[in-house]
Write a new protein. Sequence first.
Length: 148
Amino acid sequence: MLRPVDRQDVRFLRDMLRHAYHWRMAQDPDLPVYRYVQNWGRPGDAGVVAFDGLNVHGAAWYRLFSADEPGFGFVDEQTPELTIAVVPSARGHGTGAELLEALLASAGSDGFAQVSLSAEDGQTGFYEKHGFHPVEDDDGTVTMLATL
């Protein structure tokens, strides 16, 4: 089941950053990935959490970034950047697809024209199945964009 992200989910989102950006953090453990959840609840922040009973096991969220402090998949200041992660024990059961589809629907209903993300080179197939296409490939990192 899915429910909207609220402020009490910030700790879980922060934990999910390790799953979402493990490949980037392995390259540079000092990367400021916290910016994806810091001061959650700003205009443009939205997300969904996957849960079963009291156990949360995945999340997808987006937020807007400025050109001065861009995210890894920054395209422009009007395009929210998506982050998604599912705990390893819950992968392979469609949770990621469910989260992604719900979040893309939310972004469209919130009036956004497109959503971006950053993916590891070779891990883009999942996103391509959901309407994303590469717009930049930089040293093993692919910025992808989905038009809503």
